[in-house]
Design a protein around this ligand. Structure first.
Ligand code: WTA
Length: 651
């Protein structure tokens, strides 16, 4: 790891903003100055400028109940109104909000007026199903406009959505529905992916019936998309189109307190149980709108913005739904995979809609690099003027490839560091201001206070690695873990008391630019998605042939990290099944338990695992084995010889 980082830090290319870009940039150096002069006044100004309040706030931050912040808490607003009605009222109803591109090639342009009308009907439909402020609604959908409509309709009622990524299994969906005690589930029959319809409704059926089901769920609303056959429980299931067409067209958005919960989004932690990250309204909307405006330099009148994230992840919440729509932007949403029906599909979409701003993940960029620059070169990408990256460190090679082959060697790249927990971007260059450094996320945004400390919380020097902490509360910070405030305090605040511990390693260089060094806990980052080693281990040991399992994230050229598992079989099964059969069966088992994204890329059947005297599995050493490196310090192992046994079994 440290070799790679040293190489990264020696990256010496610099890209100063062009005079043309700087002249038209939304950002100016004043932002940093204003925030430095008075951080809270700065955020209050952003909240007043970017958000419409039914009741203006007079208090900016209340931190007396730390670590649970209240921002703008005596103000009232409606988040859905901010993303919709106010643009229509301002005469922008005919502006396209969503250019939807379906994977089979169908497309729809949806204006702000149409989106508002659709959300009003959906809100009325949900209300008639008994949803009111504070109730939870689970959303399990493909990447189609109705997913956005569903989220905004729930938000409009002051209810709380919990979007579960459509790739998760029935069991993962059920545990999330149960944890949030959702009353309604919104899903689709199926969606398009890789040239086929993948069914979603059967997974919901299974989640709601098998293994005790989810008794809190009263109704399931089903969008028709895949046209696949679905089973129907007439007492529970309703077609979305029927519910909307019989709902009233008008719906007046009611104001809610700034701290009204907006959504729960589950993310992997260091234990087997996912954490329901809770976000609220006013502060979240302020920071997502602010970052969307300045980091992406959005000009809503002329830009066509495309963030490739699915709404099942935080990036889809903050930079497909809330930030862009609060700013009245026009954006593309695409249902399918980048290579269907051909490897140039994304670039064809950029050309078709004249995309000007593209925000995606390093793993996607690296897979395009592998396919070759001829593929994007066959399309007209000259509309692009700004690029973004998120989810994991972007290596300088991928950065430069992206810059040259997608951005026409003139579009700034914003490498944005943030997390599900932070709600919005925290560290990023500001285009037009910052001289770009490939591989570095560079500077905390105005109003954000970041430091790098050692194990004791003492700030480290330049060029010294340490732990990334956030030293002051920020508007879009999480307000807790749903149903488990102790875990919230333990996970993020117990280590340093007054600083938020992000779980990432980082280093400042001599210019005080920030370099992210990856997770320091047992969380993996596969294709920019967070997976927990513990969660996959518990899925593995749940299988009847497994005695013990250890999972590590091993470096992978395309996906950043890959899931690699080391498994000990139960003695009675060792003779009955070949390692290849066991491995195939267990990969499938994990996909069924958690979802295909968690399926290990490799499973090694071994006879022992390296453990400390206290019985803790030394994952660091297994990572060395998986990456084919010389094995590190083994002095704390009960039996150092076990590693040569494992290595021999693996290689
Ligand atoms: C990693 C995604 C380096 C980091 C928005 C963080 C990054 C985790 C970057 C959060 C980046 C995200 N450079 N690492 N630009 N962006 N990460 O919650 O490890 O899915 O803690 O949020 O992704 O992942 P999450």
């Amino acid at each position: 790891m440290s070799d790679t980082i040293d190489n990264l830090m020696h990256e010496s290319r610099r890209f100063a903003p062009s005079a043309d870009f700087a002249a038209q940039a939304n950002a100016s150096a004043d932002l940093y100055q204003d925030a430095r002069r008075d951080r809270l006044a700065f955020w209050a100004t952003q909240a007043r400028e970017l958000v419409s309040w039914n009741t203006p706030f007079t208090r900016t931050l209340d931190w007396t109940n730390a670590p649970v912040a209240k921002w703008f808490d005596d103000g009232e607003l409606n988040v859905s109104y901010n993303c919709l009605d106010r643009h229509v009222e301002a005469g922008l109803g005919e502006r396209v909000a969503l250019h939807f591109e379906g994977e089979p090639g169908d497309s729809r342009d949806i204006t702000y007026a149409q989106l508002t009308a659709e959300v009003k009907r959906a809100a009325n439909a949900l209300e008639s199903l008994g949803i009111s402020a504070g109730d939870r609604v689970a959303i399990y959908m493909p990447m189609i406009p109705e997913a956005v409509v569903a989220m905004l309709a729930v938000a409009r009622l002051g209810a709380v959505h919990s979007v579960v990524f459509g790739g998760f299994s029935a069991e993962s969906l059920r545990s999330r529905i149960q944890d949030a005690a959702a009353k309604v589930v919104i899903t689709a029959d199926g969606g398009w992916r890789k040239g086929k319809v993948f069914a979603l409704k059967p997974t919901v059926d299974e989640a709601l019936t098998a293994d005790g089901g989810a008794p809190t769920v009263e109704k399931v609303l089903v969008v028709q998309r895949g046209k696949n056959d679905v089973a129907w429980d007439a007492s529970r299931d309703l077609w979305w189109h029927d519910a909307l067409s019989s709902a009233a067209a008008e719906h007046t958005a009611q104001p809610f307190e700034a701290e009204q919960p907006l959504f729960i989004l589950y993310t992997s932690g260091t234990t087997g149980k996912p954490k329901g990250i809770l976000h609220t309204s006013g502060g979240y909307l302020t920071q997502t709108a602010f970052t969307h405006k300045y980091v992406f330099d959005i000009k809503p009148e002329t830009d066509v913005y495309w963030c490739t994230a699915d709404v099942g992840w935080i990036t889809g919440h903050s930079y497909v739904v809330y930030g862009p729509l609060a700013n009245g932007a026009t954006q593309v949403i695409y249902e399918g995979t980048p290579d269907t029906p051909h490897p140039g599909r994304w670039w064809e979409i950029v050309q078709k809609y004249g995309v000007t701003i593209l925000y995606t993940a390093p793993t996607a960029i690296r897979s395009f690099m592998k396919l070759g620059h001829e593929i994007p070169a066959a399309y007209d990408l000259s509309s692009i003027r700004l690029l973004g990256s998120v989810g994991e460190p972007i290596n300088p090679e991928a950065w430069v490839w992206y810059f040259e082959n997608i951005g026409g060697a003139h579009s700034p790249i914003v490498d944005t560091w943030w997390q599900t927990e932070t709600g919005g971007i925290m560290v990023s260059p500001l285009p037009g201001i910052t001289t770009l450094k490939p591989g570095s996320a560079q500077q905390p945004l105005p109003g954000i206070s970041i430091d790098i400390v050692d194990e004791h919380g003492t700030p480290v020097g330049k060029d010294e690695g340490g732990l990334l902490v956030i030293t002051e509360p920020w508007p879009s910070m999480l307000r807790g873990i749903w149903g488990d405030m102790d875990r919230y305090v333990d996970t993020y605040w117990a280590k340093f008391g007054d600083k938020y511990f992000a779980g990432d390693g980082a280093r400042f260089d001599q210019d005080v630019d920030l370099w992210l060094l990856g997770r320091v806990d047992d969380v993996m980052n596969v294709s920019g998605h967070r997976l927990s080693t513990a969660e996959i281990e518990s899925a593995l040991v749940d299988n009847h042939i497994v005695a013990e399992a250890a999972v590590v994230g091993a470096a992978d050229e395309t996906t950043g990290q890959a899931v690699v598992a080391f498994v000990i079989l139960k003695a009675r099964d060792v003779e009955k099944i070949t390692p290849a059969e066991a491995s195939a069966m267990l990969r499938q088992h994990v996909a069924e338990k958690i979802g295909a994204i968690a399926r290990p890329s490799r499973i090694f059947i071994v006879s022992e695992l390296p453990k400390t005297r206290s019985g803790k599995i030394m994952r660091r050493l297994l990572r060395d084995v998986a990456e084919g490196r010389p094995i590190g310090d083994t002095t704390t192992l009960t039996d150092p010889a076990v590693l040569s046994v494992i290595s021999a079994q693996v290689h």
